[in-house]
Ligand binder design. Structure first.
Ligand code: SF4
Length: 361
């Protein structure tokens, strides 16, 4: 099997997972203009934007003779559930009919199917090796998320380049790791490095925080969300996302471990009563949770063609008014220009600071 997967967030984690299971892994390319254009060209016009980006990534991977693509499914009425089948058809129409697409759905949806998929992906590894691999990859993801959360705070008060360098080095070193013990050592090493910048954090009353919510792919993947977190940090605001990869793993692979996440997401029922797919209801819950934790504003990322996020956008004005928290919705697609995002983010953050000063006076 020459295997690959879509590029999303801390992609080294998926690479590590499949390498430890003994597969020949090809690292997918990071989305860029060429990949996005390719995906847009060969995807249905009204497909949601993440679908188009992933089409582009798959087509680039075909140049490297990848024969197996592993991806996640979706739950609820959202298009992610059809990604596998439609991508297969697109690849087949373009002559890549030998490629297999393996879709990992949550065990919550179908235990038997989940078991069969894990059995297929484990190859010749023993079940003990599989358990060890899952533990290493989960601990690795947790450590990466923990370091990244510090980065998202400290970058607001320090030069982006300096903090980004530490983040890149950390990812590189985490990727070399072979055992759970090394993960803890590396985690402590990078948290200690970041700790040296802690004095730059101002007093509590002078800190500004923005919560980022939205569809999982555009929230996690910096290369298609116009590096929104860095932009917010650049203007002296801390950021925190509604989703980190650890949450996704807990939600999809260990469905009984995410109790506190479930409670946050349940708050969303106030505005979206039924499950409408994607993370729409959960996002509303996270927005309320950010407000309750004292955040100053919310940035909502909505990919073009995403019905769940279109619905959440429709209730966001009510949420913003009731909970008195400003929300900026940014629609993301192949036309989204960096300068436009920068200007809108700057104006939004200025407005938050000005409003805050008026309240003080
Ligand atoms: S949540 Fe939205 S963008 Fe994501 S797969 Fe579903 S419809 Fe597409």
């Amino acid at each position: 099997m020459k295997l690959s997967f879509p590029y999303m967030g801390p992609t080294i984690v998926y690479k590590k997972l499949f390498e430890l299971l003994g597969h020949d892994v090809v690292m997918p390319p990071k989305p860029n203009k060429e990949i996005i254009d390719l995906g847009v060209k060969y995807s249905p016009e009204f497909a949601c934007f993440p679908f188009k980006v992933i089409t582009g990534i798959y087509l680039k991977l075909m140049e490297k003779d990848v024969d197996t693509l592993v991806t996640s499914g979706g739950h609820g009425p959202c298009r992610a559930g059809y990604y596998g089948e439609v991508h297969k058809k697109i690849l087949k129409d373009l002559g890549y009919d030998e490629v297999e697409i393996i879709v990992i759905d949550s065990p919550r949806d179908d235990y038997r199917y989940f078991y069969e998929i894990v059995k297929k992906l484990k190859g010749s590894s023993s079940w003990l090796q599989v358990a060890r691999t899952i533990k290493i990859v989960y601990e690795l993801t947790k450590a990466l998320d923990e370091v990244e959360k510090q980065i998202e705070v400290l970058r607001a008060y320090n030069e982006n380049g300096v903090i980004n360098r530490i983040w890149l080095d950390a990812q590189e070193e985490f990727y070399q790791i072979k055992s759970a013990r090394d993960i803890e050592k590396t985690r402590n090493k990078y948290l200690a490095k970041l700790n040296k910048f802690k004095d730059s954090i101002p007093a509590e009353e002078d800190r500004y925080r923005i919560g980022i919510i939205g569809e999982i792919y555009v929230v996690l993947e910096q290369s298609i969300n116009n590096q929104i977190e860095e932009k917010v940090n650049y203007f002296g605001f801390e950021v925190e996302r509604s989703q980190y990869l650890t949450d996704w793993i807990r939600e999809n692979a260990f469905p009984f471990t995410g109790k506190e996440l479930e409670e946050i997401e349940k708050k969303g029922e106030e505005f979206i009563e039924i499950e409408i797919g994607g993370h729409a209801r959960g996002n509303i819950g996270h927005a309320i949770n950010f407000k309750e934790r004292g955040f100053d504003g919310i940035i909502h990322l909505k990919p073009f063609g995403c019905l769940p996020e279109l619905v959440s956008q429709s209730v966001i004005d009510d949420l913003s008014e009731k909970y008195e928290i400003p929300v900026l919705t940014i629609s993301i697609d192949e036309q989204t220009a960096d300068a436009n995002v920068l200007t809108r983010v700057e104006a939004f953050l200025d407005m938050i600071k000005e409003k805050d000063m008026r309240e003080v006076m």
